[in-house]
Write a protein of this length. Structure first.
Length: 218
């Protein structure tokens, strides 16, 4: 599993460093899924504040092919996203955020899981306690290995009820030092909710309109 973790965090560095055009490249025919998130990370152990709130959204194209893959995980860049951290917009215009789909993998060395590892860059070339690197917000949504048997992106929001473990962290990704030199700056929790597709919203609106009409007639 060590080799898998090395490939995964090497891909994280790729995510932080490459410029990939997102958002505008999404075609009208793309099947998009959007997830809102909000939470907080405790950075007091590394000299920061205890409460560091964050929020935003991720949108992915469910038909996208992986940007990087290995047998038990695949990396996909987002079509669009937003990250507000401590009241500051940390969204990177090109690239900077993506998701690993994990199938029966062990990314944290604590046992095999199915899940999503959501990643977004925070700041580049930051020095904390004498160590310089790029900070990264990590959000994990994990659950039993029976959830799925694929490294493809979820095509609907059913995974939110099946993958019930949530945690977040901020990592200092140190270049040229290998994964062992990266520093976990703090951890926390978060919540995630799916945004209804336009067609679903239209149906909901029609249903509510019908209820209103019936009440008015009564």
């Amino acid at each position: 599993m060590a080799a898998t973790r090395t490939r995964m965090f090497t891909a994280i560095r790729l995510l932080l460093s490459v410029a990939v055009l997102v958002g505008a490249a999404a075609s009208a025919e793309a099947s998009l899924l959007t997830m809102n998130f909000s939470g907080s990370v405790d950075l007091s152990g590394s000299g920061g504040a205890k409460d560091n709130p964050f929020s935003g959204f991720f949108t992915w194209d469910t038909t996208r092919t992986p940007d990087d893959t290995d047998p038990d995980s695949a990396l996909y860049f987002f079509e669009s996203y937003q990250l507000i951290f401590n009241g500051v917009d940390r969204t990177i215009a090109s690239g900077g955020a993506g998701v690993f789909v994990i199938d029966n993998g062990n990314p944290f060395g604590t046992g095999n899981v199915d899940g999503l590892l959501l990643l977004a860059g925070l700041e580049k070339n930051v020095t904390i306690n004498g160590v310089t690197g790029d900070t990264l917000l990590v959000m994990a949504i994990t659950g039993p290995t029976t959830t799925w048997n694929t490294v493809s992106l979820p095509t609907d929001d059913s995974f939110l009820s099946q993958l019930t473990t949530r945690f977040s962290a901020v990592s200092l990704e140190v270049p040229f030092g290998g994964d062992d030199n990266d520093v976990n700056l703090g951890s926390g929790s978060f919540t995630a909710t799916a945004v209804p597709e336009p067609a679903t919203l239209w149906l909901l609106g029609m249903t509510l309109a019908g209820v209103a009409v019936r009440r008015r007639r009564r």
